[in-house]
Design a protein around this ligand. Structure first.
Ligand code: 5RP
Length: 213
């Protein structure tokens, strides 16, 4: 089974979690693209969506699916998003597409986070896929030095400005034994907006192609 098929299957399976009249939080990336295509078939039975990126907003609007402002809606019952890596405890690395900040906000806002991935994303230990960190531009070097102190190798994604006007550092060569502790430590560093480790708030369900765990 190729990865595109697994992504499509996971996206299709996520539709089972969409309730009538729901406002659905929508993530970002190629797997979510399949989810948005599938969600178009249900658009008359949901109130709308809240989007995690300009990219997903554009796709949702192309399908005629309403996109609402998070500030104008209450808590979300469902958030559906992909991931760059997922360990056995459902801790994730996210932000390969640069949308980690709005993604983390929507994870927090939703009572149910359904993660959709293909099997290439399953790992024993996080860190093989570089960990994205969104930073306030003036803090880029400071954050990079803090990352080096903690054993990571920071690389500035110098062609990217996030939807929030910030920059991204990708941290290579981290072997992450305790994702929650590292996420909490990094959250203390001024200038870091969002760490692409999702260990504190994890998905309730991970759909890997047609499998669920
Ligand atoms: C975007 C993300 C995506 O969920 C992640 O990059 C996975 O993308 P894809 O579904 O294309 O493999 O975190 O910021």
């Amino acid at each position: 089974m190729n990865h595109a098929n697994e992504k499509r299957q996971a996206a299709q399976a996520a539709l089972h979690y969409v309730e009538n009249d729901a406002i659905v939080g929508v993530g970002t990336g190629s797997t979510v693209r399949f989810f948005i295509d599938a969600l178009a078939g249900l658009k008359s039975s949901i109130q709308g969506t809240v989007s995690s990126s300009e990219q997903s907003t554009a796709l949702l609007k192309q399908h005629g699916i309403p996109v609402l402002d998070l500030n104008a809606v209450g808590p979300l019952s469902l958030y559906v998003d992909g991931a760059d890596a997922c360990d056995r405890n459902k801790c994730l690395v996210k932000g390969g597409g640069g949308a980690l900040t709005r993604e983390k906000i929507l994870v927090e806002a939703a009572s149910n986070f359904v993660c959709i991935i293909d099997s290439s994303k399953q790992v024993d230990i996080l860190g093989g896929f570089p960990v994205p960190i969104e930073v306030i531009p003036m803090a880029r070097s400071l954050v990079a030095r803090e990352v080096v102190k903690r054993g990571g190798q920071p690389v500035w994604r110098d062609d990217v400005v996030t939807d929030n006007g910030n920059w991204i550092i990708d941290v290579h060569n981290w072997r992450i034994n305790d994702p929650l502790a590292l996420e909490q430590q990094l959250n203390q560093i001024p200038g870091i907006v969002t760490v692409g480790l999702f260990a504190r708030c994890r998905p309730s369900v991970v759909l890997v192609g047609a499998q669920r765990f």
